[in-house]
Ligand binder design. Structure first.
Ligand SMILES: Cc1cc2nc3c(=O)[nH]c(=O)nc-3n(C[C@H](O)[C@H](O)[C@H](O)COP(=O)(O)OP(=O)(O)OC[C@H]3O[C@@H](n4cnc5c(N)ncnc54)[C@H](O)[C@@H]3O)c2cc1C
Length: 487
């Protein structure tokens, strides 16, 4: 039988879960809550990924929480600094006391008769099953599988005599001195890894970034000069708010330019590349994607480190298709063979919603793919449940922090009106269903059929737009046609 009862159970102690806990402490100090975390540490992404060079690819003034300034010098920060920031936040807001480690949530069952969730967690350390109940369930489980990344089935992989490494499971003792390394991929992870590995292979070694399709890449200073000036003159919180706004607006402007005037954006990006790459570099082949900027994520590289690695000759970019692995490396469609002592498969994440937990409502299993998102954070037919799902075109935290505020507003509203249940409803027939994530990237497309949908209009539509969302989450009516409250 379930033991403890809490007002809120948060699942996941990453950037979003810790932020959600801090918001509850700030805005609803009387609320009882626990954070169930399957791993033995907090930080999520920023603890899991340990590959060389691991860093943010959006600036920390917007990836940081609105309520706690990012004070480090670097705007593009390394993984351990981000992990420390999450840990410090958890300590400062006493969120750490609420975290129960090694609690992997496997199932949650809603009972309308009791107006509560029963949450089943499996303890990774003792093998025990733990049952808890709560009034509101808040999924901060990120968006991908933790146990394994995505690796395509490469022909001949069994013949290969070298080492294959996925960035999600980086061997900490891997010595690359003098090694021929091939990094397969062209996304954020590949462009982070290549310069970092180029610094580790020594004079005898070499790094090749092998991509099937190029990405758009822009260079950004890792340190923000204006931010430094503001921080030197203003109190930390004032400076942080100003820099945050500057970066929110700059990111939005660059996104809007990409969507509305893709040719202008392409020309701008190309000018940046021309400045940083050798004059005879083949931009057509290696840096001209067959899609528009922001059809897939735009990659940012700090201080042009990728281009510096290419200029140094330690790293090169090859654009080709893999025919098969051979004993000594990779045979490409062009007939070229790339020798490799180590192959790094920066081939992406395996998307997964709700951290793989199964849900049922009054005994009926919930298939997330049949639900429609309400305000991008609750799901039709699933009562008293929210999820932290961040932006794809800006820092994740910008949106998750707004969702955390909204959850507090929602709980306040329910308390004030004596409501026990909030149930998002199916949109009417005139609302078209669309994919909840509008990127054409492979990792999204592989999983899109398993994810909830969004609707073609409010309150079911997801906006990748911070200004709109500030109004939506802070000021929009809590009662509307998309949701039903029950006393
Ligand atoms: C390499 C990499 C770099 C990135 N860089 C950026 C960036 O620069 N900017 C940006 O905006 N975004 C970036 N992202 C996206 C990034 O994931 C988010 O910024 C953010 O860290 C997500 O935080 P989260 O807490 O929502 O999820 P996560 O960090 O994934 O944390 C989820 C937590 O939930 C736990 N969990 C999952 N399922 C369960 C379960 N069933 N039971 C219990 N616990 C569970 C996990 O163990 C984990 O601790 C990056 C992602 C990756 C992989």
């Amino acid at each position: 039988m379930p033991g403890e009862h809490l007002d809120v159970i948060i699942v996941g102690a990453g950037l979003s879960g810790v932020g959600a806990g801090a918001r509850l402490r700030l805005q609803r100090p009387g609320t009882t809550f626990a954070i169930l975390e399957s791993r033995g540490t907090l930080g999520g992404t920023w603890d899991l990924f340990r590959y060389p060079g691991i860093r943010s690819d959006s600036d920390m003034f917007t990836l940081g929480y609105a309520f706690r300034p990012w004070t480090d010098a670097k705007a593009i920060a390394d993984g351990p600094s981000i992990r420390r920031y999450i840990e410090d936040t958890a300590r400062e807001y006493r969120v750490d006391e609420a975290i129960r480690y090694h609690h992997g949530v496997v199932r949650a069952s809603w009972s309308s008769a009791d107006a509560r969730w029963t949450v089943r967690a499996l303890r990774g350390d003792t093998g025990e099953t733990v049952l808890l109940t709560c009034r509101f369930l808040y999924m901060c489980t990120g968006y991908y599988r933790y146990d394994a990344g995505y690796t395509p089935d490469f022909e001949g992989a069994g013949d290969y005599e070298g080492l294959v490494v996925h960035p999600q499971r980086w061997p900490q003792d891997l010595d690359l001195e003098g090694k021929q390394v091939v990094v397969i991929g062209s996304g954020a992870t590949a462009v982070t890894l290549v310069p970092a590995l180029a610094g580790r292979v020594g004079d005898e070694g070499h790094v090749t970034m092998l991509q099937r399709t190029p990405s758009y890449i822009a260079s950004l200073p890792s340190q923000d000069a204006l931010a430094d000036r503001l921080r030197a003159r203003l109190p930390a919180r004032r400076a942080y708010t100003l820099i945050r706004w500057k970066n929110v607006l700059a990111t939005m402007a660059s996104y809007q330019l990409s969507r509305r005037a893709p040719r202008a954006m392409k020309a701008l990006l190309r000018r940046g590349l021309v400045r940083q790459l050798p004059p005879d570099f083949d931009l057509e082949t290696h840096f001209t994607p067959p899609y528009d900027p922001w059809d897939q994520r735009l990659c940012l590289v700090p201080d042009g480190d990728l281009f510096a690695a290419v200029r140094s000759g330690r790293a090169e970019i090859v654009t080709d298709r893999i025919e098969r692995f051979t004993a000594k490396g990779l045979l490409l469609a062009s007939g070229e063979e790339l020798p490799a002592d180590v192959v790094v498969t920066a081939t992406g994440l395996a998307l997964r919603i709700f951290g793989g937990a199964a849900f049922e409502v009054d005994g009926h299993p919930v298939d997330p793919a049949t639900t429609v998102g309400y305000k991008g954070m609750m799901f039709s037919g699933v009562p008293n449940l929210a999820m932290a799902l961040g932006y794809t075109n800006a820092s994740w935290t910008l949106k998750c922090d707004l969702i955390a505020e909204y959850v507090c507003r929602l709980l306040d509203h329910m308390d004030r009106n004596g409501y026990r249940v909030v149930l998002p409803v199916e949109p009417p027939a005139d609302v078209a269903r669309r994919p909840i994530i509008d990127l054409t990237s492979g990792y999204v497309q592989r999983a899109i059929a398993t994810l909830p949908a969004q609707g073609s209009r409010a309150p079911w539509r997801v906006h990748q737009n911070y200004l709109r969302d500030r109004t939506l989450y802070r000021r929009s009516p809590l009662e509307d046609e998309g949701v039903a409250f029950t006393p």
